[in-house]
Design a protein around this ligand. Structure first.
Ligand SMILES: [Zn+2]
Length: 485
C-alpha cells in the first residue's frame, strides 16, 4: 500500500457510531499513527505534518492522556475529499452492488462504511439503505480486496458492476461526433454550455429568451431559458437539470429538450401546440460549480462547492437544501457527508435562485420537473415523509402513463411512485418543496441506467436516453395542458 503524506489540519473528523447513534467529538480522541516515527498525537495539537501513513487510529481520550475505552479504537483510512484528485482513478477502482436482505446486512454495511471510504452511488448514503434492496458504491483501488473479503466473509451477496472505473471513464466519451464545440450527442463542459445558452437564444429569438436568475457560490451565472411563443398570461412548466454534479446525462437532457423544441416547433403538432399555449422554463445546470469540478478535478463530485464553517469539507447537497421537512430524514447535518443538508434550508445560493424564481412565478408554473440520474424512476411527492400527496391517484396514473410512453421507444423500463416508498425517504428535495408551494404536478426523473454504467453513462446513450425521456415529458405536458388549474 502506498503511503500518503498528510497533515492533520486538512482533516475533519466526524464519526458516526451507528450502534450508539451518537456523534462523538474528535476532542474525545487521541490519534496514533501506525508505522509512523512521529508517534501518538493529540488532535488538538493539530501538528502541521503528521507523516507518511495510510491509517489513523483513534483512541478514545480523556483526562490528561489517561486512555479510557468508551467504545473501541477506530482505524480510519486516510482519505481527504479536499485534497484527493479523483480524476486520477487507479485502474482497479471498482463499483460494487450488494444485495441487502435484512437489518443484519445493513449493519454490516454500516460497519464497512465506518472503516473504509465508500462512495455511495445508490442510495445516496449508507443511512438510506433499506432491507430487500441493492446498494451500489465505489471503493478505491487499495480497498477493493479488503471490501471483497469483508463481503465474502459475511455472506453478503454482491457483484462487481464496474471492475475498472478508469477504463469506464475513458469509455464514456464514445460519441462519434467529432466536433470540439457544442454537441447534443456529447457531454459538454460548462463553458460550452454557457456559450450554447447564449447562441440558442440568439438564433431563436421568436422562441427562446435567456435570463440570469442568480449566481452560484463561486460566482457563475445561473441561466434560465424561457422556451415558448411570446404571449400574455401563459401557463408554464419549470424543468431543471444538473442538481447533482456527477449526473452528466441530466444537463445533456435539458440541452436536448431545447434543441427538440426549436427543431420541431411548426413541424410537429404536439410541440407546436405546447409552445403556443405554454412556456417551458429550462434551467440547464443548477449546480454549475459542482459540474465544473467534475470536469476539472473529481468526476464523482455530487454537491455544490460552497465552503462550510469549521471544516475543510466542501459542499452541500442541493437536493437536501430545500425547505421541505428540511434535514429531518435521509439527509446529514455533517458537512463532510454527501447528503449534507446545508447550514439552513436555502442556505445555498443555487437553492435560493431556483426557489425565488419559482415563488415569483407561482401563478403561472403548473408543473415542476427535475432531472436526475440514475435508476430509471419517475418519482412524485412525498420523499420527506411516508405521507401521500392529495392528488396521489392522479399523479400515480400520470406517472404510469408517462413511463409506459417512454418505454415504447427502446423498451426502457421505469418504476414510479412516491419518493419515500419507491426509492427512500429524503428530506429537503426540490420536488416536495415545489409541490408544497401548490404546484400539483411535481416529478423527479431518474434517467438511465440501472447501474451498468451508473454515473458514467456513455455518450452513445445520450440520444436514446433523451429521445425516450422526451416522450415522457411530452406526455406530462399534454396532460398538464388538459388539466390547467
Ligand atoms: Zn441526483
Amino acid at each position: 500500500m502506498r503511503s500518503r503524506r498528510v497533515r492533520l489540519s486538512d482533516f475533519t473528523f466526524t464519526f458516526h457510531f451507528h450502534a450508539l447513534e451518537k456523534e462523538m467529538d474528535v476532542s474525545e480522541f487521541a490519534v496514533s499513527l501506525p508505522n509512523s516515527p512521529i508517534g501518538p498525537h493529540r488532535t488538538d495539537l493539530a501538528p502541521e505534518v503528521l507523516g507518511e501513513i495510510d491509517f489513523l487510529t483513534l483512541h478514545s481520550y480523556q483526562d490528561n492522556n489517561a486512555r479510557k475505552t468508551i467504545n473501541q479504537d477506530l482505524t480510519v483510512p486516510i482519505c481527504n475529499q479536499n485534497t484527493e484528485n479523483t480524476l486520477d482513478y487507479k485502474s482497479s477502482d471498482k463499483v460494487f452492488r450488494v444485495h441487502v436482505e435484512d437489518e443484519n446486512h445493513i449493519s454490516l454495511l454500516h460497519e464497512l462504511a465506518s472503516t473504509r471510504q465508500m462512495d455511495f452511488w445508490k442510495p445516496d448514503s449508507v443511512t438510506q439503505i433499506k432491507p430487500h434492496s441493492t446498494v451500489d458504491f465505489r471503493v478505491k483501488a487499495e480497498d477493493t480486496v479488503a471490501v471483497e473479503d469483508f463481503l465474502g466473509q459475511n455472506g453478503l451477496r454482491y457483484e462487481v458492476l464496474i471492475s475498472n472505473l478508469r477504463s469506464m471513464l475513458e469509455a464514456q466519451f464514445d460519441s462519434r461526433v467529432r466536433t470540439t464545440g457544442h454537441s447534443y450527442e456529447k457531454y459538454n463542459n460548462w463553458e460550452t454550455i454557457e456559450a450554447w445558452t447564449e447562441q440558442v437564444a440568439t438564433e431563436n429569438p421568436d422562441l427562446i429568451s435567456r435570463s440570469a436568475i442568480g449566481t452560484t457560490f463561486l460566482g457563475n451565472t445561473i441561466y434560465l431559458l424561457k422556451v415558448g411563443k411570446p404571449g400574455s398570461n401563459k401557463p408554464a412548466i419549470f424543468m431543471d437539470c444538473g442538481f447533482h454534479a456527477r449526473e452528466w446525462i441530466s444537463p445533456a437532457f435539458c440541452q436536448w429538450f431545447v434543441r427538440e423544441a426549436v427543431r420541431t416547433y411548426g413541424r410537429e403538432i404536439h410541440m407546436t401546440e405546447f409552445l403556443d399555449k405554454l412556456d417551458f422554463y429550462v434551467l440547464p445546470v443548477v449546480n454549475i460549480d459542482g459540474y465544473i469540478y467534475t470536469w476539472t478535478t473529481n468526476r464523482m463530485w455530487r454537491k455544490t462547492r460552497s465552503t462550510n464553517a469549521g471544516t475543510t469539507c466542501t459542499g452541500t447537497d442541493l437536493n437536501r437544501n430545500f425547505d421541505a421537512g428540511w434535514c429531518s430524514i435521509g439527509a446529514s447535518n455533517s458537512p463532510c457527508a454527501e447528503t449534507y443538508c446545508g447550514s439552513a434550508a436555502e442556505s445555498e445560493k443555487e437553492t435560493k435562485a431556483v426557489a425565488n424564481f419559482i415563488r415569483n412565478h407561482l401563478s403561472s408554473i403548473k408543473a415542476y420537473l427535475t432531472i436526475h440520474s440514475y435508476s430509471q424512476m419517475m418519482l412524485y411527492p412525498y420523499s420527506y415523509a411516508y405521507k401521500l400527496p392529495k392528488n396521489n391517484v392522479e399523479l400515480n396514473t400520470l406517472a404510469k402513463g408517462a413511463v409506459k410512453e417512454l418505454a415504447t421507444l427502446h423498451g426502457t423500463a421505469y418504476t414510479y411512485g412516491p419518493g419515500a416508498s419507491t426509492i427512500y425517504p429524503a428530506a429537503g428535495g426540490s420536488d416536495d418543496w415545489a409541490y408544497d408551494q401548490g404546484i400539483k404536478y411535481s416529478f423527479t426523473f431518474e434517467l438511465r441506467d440501472k447501474g451498468r454504467y451508473g454515473f458514467v453513462l456513455p455518450e452513445s446513450q445520450i440520444q436514446p436516453t433523451c429521445e425516450e425521456t422526451m416522450l415522457a415529458i411530452k406526455y406530462v405536458t399534454s396532460y398538464v395542458l388538459e388539466h390547467l388549474y
